[in-house]
Ligand binder design. Structure first.
Ligand code: FAD
Length: 469
């Protein structure tokens, strides 16, 4: 009898809870269900889908070294998952199905349906906590509720941390030859957008481990002071790898423990602050389970549903294309569409600009990010957008509206980042690139600001204040 290991967003063989447990029970067959129409329906675009596909290829190569065959099935819809997996169980004598849990609503429903179908056939199903340290629901407030504010969540996360939560799971030893061949991996069909070059985001655990190593060696110790400067390569750029599980959060935490005298919460300021970001990642994973309405396109704070967002297709398009006349916003949006990634500081600035200065529904921004991000991940993206739009957990209070020009002066002081992505402005003195005056723009093909900061800010304040009446 076989153990069936269902890979999803955990594309690695090392420290993979489900794979490790499955292999301990017997010989393993692996399967991947490519669900392109469903994922596109969720809003993922070419960058993420291409990265995902390349990640599955890297996984197949790793599995080959363990003699674990990888079956591959295309399905349109998550609803097809139970029957597709059962069909495999019928062909091979499957004793149990194993997978690591995913938390957004549709993924949870799919897994429940698969579990029911298998149990109905008398086949055991084992679901594991793998992507996070605590299963959502395990960390609760004194009242027994899910946390809706980050700081107390993080405090409890640290307080209850025990070494076994971070212990790495064994990579299975190579099994005997199975005689089952790998399925061919079909190429990605033509999509509306062309993905960025694969050299920008090499997929797989090896590439992820290289990045982690580089981060620890060159960036981690200055992370706290450098992480907000987009012109500096100051962060790990591990987000796409974490989102698809090409590296596990435990591997990241173990690296911190090794470089920080066994501590996650004290010691090297850079490493401690990096751990904090990984806890943010986990916080949002818990939010989607505790407050599943956020998976239904609803704001976390229900009263903000009444907000009168503006319908302004031209402004939305200018934002998407990086033509708002605010150089830092435009540079950021062009970074997103050209590289499939955007620096965190800039995600905050651009998200706030769309939702506050343009007063355009954050859900348009959320969707546009997901379409282009190689690290597009529902929980973090939704959490980030709702934070910026002041509709979410911990949300920025509505009256805290970033001034894009001051943000630019503070976090890109020499204008280097702007020059990289808005080359039209590269001949203007660095310090004047943040808000070029009309005389400087006379000979440059670059738009004047599409909104005035002060009046746009007031318009947003008024819209939010009107919710209180
Ligand atoms: P590092 O600074 O090296 O951080 C390490 C890891 O911690 C990241 O790889 C990521 O997994 C996690 N992390 C860091 N910051 C956050 C955060 N604020 N929230 C949740 N997790 C975090 N992150 C995504 O992974 N996918 C998204 O789709 C996504 N969309 C976002 C949208 C908006 C509007 C905002 C404000 C933030 C979004 N983030 C998202 C969070 C954050 O911007 C990225 O995780 C980060 O920029 C990735 O770069 P890095 O790997 O170098 O991060």
């Amino acid at each position: 009898a076989w153990q069936l290991m269902w890979f999803r967003s955990d594309l690695r063989t090392s420290d993979n809870t489900a794979l490790s447990r499955a292999a301990a029970k017997g010989p393993v067959i692996a399967v991947f269900l490519r669900s392109l129409p469903q994922w596109q329906g969720h809003g993922h675009g070419a960058n993420k889908l291409s990265f995902w596909g390349r990640g599955v290829e890297a996984l197949r190569d790793e599995l080959r070294g363990l003699n674990i065959p990888l079956l591959h099935r295309d399905i349109d819809d998550f609803d097809d998952a139970p029957e597709t997996l059962l069909a495999i169980a019928r062909v091979f004598d499957i004793e149990a199905l194993h997978f690591n849990r995913e938390y957004p609503l549709n993924e949870c429903r799919r897994d429940e349906a698969v579990t029911r179908a298998f149990q109905h056939q008398g086949i055991r199903v084992h679901a594991y906590t793998d992507a996070v340290a605590y299963e959502p629901g395990e960390l609760l407030t004194e009242q027994g509720d899910f946390y809706s504010v980050f700081t107390p969540f993080s405090r409890t996360w640290h307080r209850q941390m025990a070494p076994e939560r971070l212990a790495l799971h064994d990579t299975p030893r190579p099994q005997r030859n199975t005689g089952i061949s790998n399925d061919p991996l079909p190429p990605l069909p033509r999509l509306a957008d062309i993905p960025v070059g694969s050299h920008q985001w090499p997929a797989g655990p090896e590439a992820a481990a290289d990045r982690l190593e580089r981060f620890l060696h060159y960036r981690a110790h200055c992370y706290q002071s450098q992480r907000n400067f987009p012109a500096v390569d100051g962060t790990s750029e591990l987000s796409p790898y974490l989102a698809l599980g090409m590296i596990s959060y435990r591997q990241c935490m173990q690296a911190v423990l090794n470089h920080n005298n066994g501590s996650l919460g004290e010691g090297d300021a850079g490493l401690v602050s990096w751990v904090n970001e990984l806890v943010w990642r986990e916080f949002y994973q818990h939010i989607v389970v505790g407050f599943p309405d956020v998976c239904r396109h609803r704001p976390f704070q229900p009263d903000t549903e009444r907000l009168r967002w503006r319908n302004d297709p031209d402004a939305l398009q200018a934002w998407r294309e990086g033509r708002t006349g605010y150089p830092i916003v435009d540079a950021a949006m062009r970074q997103l569409t050209r590289t499939g990634w955007m620096h965190n500081r800039l995600r905050m600035i651009t998200a706030m600009f769309l939702s506050k200065h343009l007063l355009i529904d954050w859900r348009h921004g959320e969707a546009f990010f997901l379409r282009h991000l190689v690290d597009g991940e529902f929980a973090a993206n939704n959490g980030g957008w709702q934070w910026a739009a002041s509709t979410g957990t911990d949300a920025a209070p509505y009256f805290r509206i970033f001034n894009p020009t001051t943000q630019s002066q503070r976090f890109d002081p020499e204008g280097h980042f702007i020059a990289r992505f808005v080359p039209e402005l590269s001949n203007i003195d660095g310090k004047r690139r943040h808000a070029p005056t009309p005389d400087l723009l006379a000979s440059v093909d670059y738009p004047a600001p599409i909104v005035n900061h002060q009046s746009a800010r007031q318009r947003a304040l008024d819209a939010f204040k009107s919710l209180k009446t």
